[in-house]
Ligand binder design. Structure first.
Ligand SMILES: [Fe+2]
Length: 164
């Protein structure tokens, strides 16, 4: 499909984000199963639920614009998830694996933060205030999830991993 307007470009970004959230929900639910540290398990489980709400937000935005939420598959996210799976398959020891989980999850979160920042800016330029507000809401949730992972890494998980 050829993109000829700024609005079309924005819609395509939303469709890619919808694909990102779908892939992330699946990846996070696998990570919840894998995590050993209880605080990490809780943080990942909470963000997994949040991810499903974020996907619904994108669905409602796309439906409002008359666009198909399933039109795109985000291949960058597929590659990031494959890297995460590869790393986790190589790390067998529990404490090390939790540290690897955080490292992988943060790469996924940072990708989302970049994508939501762009989408929110595009919505603003198009004067789509409701969209912009929803995208900012999700962006703030992503940032909070990332900050929590950093805190867990510093306070607990990486200290245990270094001691291995
Ligand atoms: Fe998300």
């Amino acid at each position: 499909m050829e993109i000829t307007t700024f609005k079309d470009m924005y819609i395509a970004e939303l469709q890619e984000l919808r694909s990102v959230e779908g892939q992330l929900a699946a990846a996070l639910s696998r990570m919840v199963e894998t995590a050993a540290n209880p605080s990490l398990k809780d943080a990942l489980a909470h963000h997994c639920e949040q991810t499903q709400v974020q996907a619904q937000r994108l669905d409602s935005m796309l439906q409002k614009h008359g666009a198909n939420p399933r039109a795109h598959t985000d291949q960058a996210m597929q590659a990031l998830v494959a890297e995460a799976d590869k790393m986790l398959a190589m790390v067998k020891m529990q404490d090390l694996r939790d540290a690897a989980l955080i490292a992988s999850a943060q790469k996924l979160e940072h990708y989302e933060i970049a994508a939501y920042g762009t989408a929110a800016a595009l919505a603003g330029q198009l004067g789509l205030r409701d969209d912009q507000q929803l995208l900012h809401q999700t962006l703030n949730e992503e940032k909070a999830a990332d900050t929590l992972l950093t805190r867990l890494a510093k306070r607990e998980v990486n200290q245990d991993a270094v001691a291995v």
